[in-house]
Design a protein around this ligand. Structure first.
Ligand SMILES: [Zn+2]
Length: 80
């Protein structure tokens, strides 16, 4: 079940508009927002890996590459 963005009443997942106030269900925007969040997390993970790589280049391999990427995947999991 989702909630109407205008009146807050519950809307069936298959409904295209709110049964109470007729507000169109904002599915596309919610999908877009989720995509943006996933993209942001991906960028953060890539940035973390790049920082780690540059650190490894200056200080030698310290074996942190696997744990950091694992943390990234765990951080993304609740958003799926
Ligand atoms: Zn409504």
């Amino acid at each position: 079940m989702r909630r109407c963005t205008r009146c807050g009443s519950e809307i069936n997942d298959k409904a295209k508009v709110c049964p109470v106030c007729g507000m169109p269900v904002d599915e596309e925007r919610a999908h877009l927002r989720r995509m943006v969040v996933i993209m942001l997390v991906a960028v953060i993970v890539v940035a973390a890996l790049l920082v780690l790589r540059s650190r490894q280049l200056s200080a030698g391999a310290d074996g942190l590459a696997v744990p950091v990427s694992t943390v990234g995947i765990v951080a993304m999991y609740p958003l799926m």
